[in-house]
Design a protein around this ligand. Structure first.
Ligand code: DGL
Length: 271
């Protein structure tokens, strides 16, 4: 049985979910957090629904072996394909990254024209489209897949001219649709905010769902009365698990987290 002292478990296809981890540290500094990056099987964004569901199920089973009170699916691809399935199959509290982004976009847009960018899988799943049409069928949503953004971020090309050219090509349909709000529907895209703003123009509001996810996690824990009390004694635990050797993850993590990681262990999650 999870208690207040159990950890929050976060999983992602690899490194990108550290954008969510970083916000969790800010909003819930007293909570212990376990992070699983499935670095051996990344990327998920070009894989089929069936494969992503299998990987996501194994990731959840791994986290459940570690006394977690809430599981956050930090990966947009895994959330798009897998969240309803995971919610149905596991009784544990579990949340994804799609709904918090949609809620914020709806509260932000003035024109009702909203853009969504993500991996091929996220865009193809239409998870964002379904969520918008459930909540407000009047908004007009334009989507675009940006598959080269993930490798560009991992190569550290956050603000250079190649990235800008790629962004100009990918974002054209969104400029044409005159969106006033753009959801960064992938773990890596918050690191490209500057380039995306240069291409879209300063008036377009970018929705970084990582912060909204952390705020929602706070609300869920309070609702379940499983939040760690503020004046609790011991230091919160931070642990990182990866499915490939940790060196690459540790090196890249500085870009995502801007601080040193704690312990990173290699694990096998495949059952
Ligand atoms: N974490 C993935 C996402 O947010 C991006 C990387 C991948 O394709 O696995 O969709």
């Amino acid at each position: 049985m999870p208690t207040r002292h159990s950890a929050i478990g976060v999983f992602d296809s690899g490194i990108g979910g550290l954008t969510v981890f970083r916000e969790l540290l800010k909003i819930l500094p007293r909570e212990s957090v376990l992070y699983l990056g499935d670095t051996a099987r990344v990327p998920y964004g070009s894989k089929s629904r069936e494969t992503v569901l299998k990987f996501s199920t194994e990731n959840v089973l791994f986290l459940l072996r570690h006394d977690v009170k809430l599981i956050i699916v930090a990966c947009h691809t895994a959330s798009s394909f897998g969240l309803p399935f995971l919610e149905k199959h596991f009784k544990h509290p579990i949340m994804g990254v799609i709904e918090p982004g949609v809620e914020t976009a709806l509260a932000t847009t003035r024109s009702g024209r909203i853009g969504v960018i993500g991996t091929q899988a996220t865009v193809g799943s239409e998870a964002y489209l379904h969520s918008f049409s459930r909540r407000d069928p009047a908004v007009k949503v334009t989507q675009a897949a940006c598959p080269l953004f993930v490798p560009l971020v991992e190569e550290g090309r956050l603000n250079d001219s190649i990235t800008r050219q790629v962004a100009q090509r990918y974002l054209k349909p969104l400029i044409r649709a005159r969106v006033d709000t753009l959801i960064l529907g992938c773990t890596h895209y918050p690191l490209l905010k500057r380039t995306i703003t240069r291409v879209m123009g300063p008036k377009v509001r970018l929705i970084d769902s990582a912060r909204q996810v952390a705020l929602k996690a706070k609300g869920v824990l309070e609702g379940l009365q499983l939040n760690t009390p503020l004046r609790d004694g011991g230091a919160p635990l931070r642990r990182f698990f990866v499915t490939d050797e940790p060196r690459h993850f540790e090196a890249l993590s500085r870009r995502f987290l801007r601080q040193r990681l704690g312990d990173v262990s290699k694990v096998d999650v495949a059952g």
